[in-house]
Design a protein around this ligand. Structure first.
Ligand SMILES: [Zn+2]
Length: 436
């Protein structure tokens, strides 16, 4: 017994898609339901890959709309840090459930998360039937390195108990909040266990000048000296990376995640230099950053901003074709974000990811995870013109009608079951923390 979608449109062709045991078993013009299948009549709805949010702090939905007009340091000191000191696992759980409801509604089915109580995040993601790579943040600016290492090992043990939808990560916060010793320890542990590493890098110009003052090295070169740049590493922001750093990052096989909306909201003065990253052969993904500093988790909004900001920054409207922007947002240009398997992006193949055996990972084909979206066939935004151009520039997350992960229907007709309770519980938790 499986799930079969009939009469969907893929690349201009009417197709059927059949899922069995969480995987796409068949996809093509003649695929039809088998006896006992759950069936979705797509009635001409476009079938597309879901979006991948490469960097967020999902539980920060609890902070959404509080102190958003303050400068960064006042926002952190007056709003975020005093509340984070009181956070309990259930606060994080309901904050993440709220985030997941929004992601399901707007077509994101996988995300990379860095936040306190990562076990509560994993529980929420599992209960929402989404997929995530999760790491508890590492900080030792207070000098308590040994305690942080112990906490990191505890977090990994807890995250390891979840199913295949949850991937464990180490998440040192940034080079200016984590000591050289703890970064080196992180790199060694990640290599030993073959797990993902996520870190903020080169978000502000200050970070670069401080790194040059303290280490006489630019941030990416400094991280590389500590063994931190590998195929397992995902770098968030990268606004101030120079060409030599991008070439080093490409050579090491790291992924960089652009967060253009958060960069603009916090007025950091720039965005990831995408054309240089592409030229160097860097795998690039797209992220929202936390909903406290974006504030939306609708990645369609970040996709449009990503494309616009690159055109604006370069003065070149041809710099990022819509189809390429869509590939970045769906993780197709950065396979490490999609499925947790270490794969290289071959720049000679036009940024196409190359999996062992030559098959393309993820995407919509038989054998891939049964994760996909059906868009509203009647939506005015998609009714005319090129689909990719419409998705990048005209659409918002509201054009998502149906969200499916591992063959399980999480939303149909734009309604996420149980959302009222989730909103109610998140509001309750936010009030408990004194911010709601
Ligand atoms: Zn962040």
């Amino acid at each position: 017994m499986g799930l079969t979608v009939e009469n969907a449109i893929l690349d201009g062709e009417t197709v059927g898609l059949r899922c069995v045991d969480g995987t796409i078993a068949a996809l093509g013009p003649h695929v039809a339901a088998e006896p006992g299948d759950q069936t979705i009549e797509a009635a001409g709805a476009p079938l597309v890959s879901p979006l991948v949010n490469g960097h967020t702090h999902a539980a920060m939905t609890l902070f959404r709309g509080f102190g958003g007009d303050l400068p960064l340091m006042r926002w952190l000191q007056e709003v975020v840090w005093p509340v984070e000191a009181k956070l309990e696992p259930d606060d994080v759980y309901w904050g993440v459930r709220l985030a997941c409801a929004e992601m399901i509604r707007t077509g994101t089915t996988r995300f990379w998360d860095m936040y306190w109580h990562p076990g509560a995040t994993a529980r929420a993601v599992s209960d929402a039937w989404l997929r995530a790579t999760i790491g508890g943040p590492l900080f030792d600016a207070d000098g308590k390195t040994a305690a942080m290492q112990e906490k990191a090992l505890e977090n990994l043990a807890e995250l390891g108990e979840f199913g295949s939808g949850i991937e464990s990560a180490l998440a040192p916060h940034a080079i200016y909040t984590v000591s050289e010793g703890l970064l080196r320890w992180t790199a060694e542990l990640a290599a030993e266990r073959d797990i993902a590493v996520q870190i903020h890098l080169s978000e502000t110009e200050q970070e670069v000048s401080d790194c040059l003052d303290q280490h006489s090295l630019r941030p990416a070169v400094y991280l590389d000296r500590l063994g931190m740049l590998t195929e397992r590493t995902v770098l968030a922001h990268g606004v101030w990376l120079d060409r030599a750093e991008l070439e080093l990052i490409a050579e090491r096989g790291c992924t960089v995640v652009a967060n253009p909306v958060a960069n603009m909201k916090l007025a950091v003065g720039g965005v990831l230099p995408y054309p240089a990253a592409r030229e160097a052969g860097v795998a690039v993904g797209l992220g929202t950053d936390g909903p406290g500093s974006n504030d939306s988790l609708d990645l369609f909004s970040d996709l449009k901003t990503f494309a616009l900001s690159q055109r604006h920054a370069t003065g070149d409207p041809t710099v990022l074709p819509a189809e390429e922007a869509w590939r970045v947002a769906t993780g197709a240009a950065a396979p490490r974000l999609m499925n947790g398997e270490v794969q290289r992006v071959d720049p000679l193949a036009g940024g196409q990811s190359v999996a062992p055996g030559g098959a393309r990972p993820g995407g919509l084909h038989a054998g891939a995870p049964a994760d996909f979206l059906l868009l509203r066939s009647s939506s005015p935004e998609l009714s005319l013109g090129d689909l990719h151009s419409d998705l990048v520039y005209a659409a918002s997350g509201s054009i998502v009608d149906t969200t499916v992960v591992a063959g399980r229907v999480l939303m149909r007709g734009g309604e996420v079951p149980g959302v009222e309770e989730i909103v109610g519980r998140a509001v309750e938790r936010s009030r408990r923390l004194g911010i709601g």
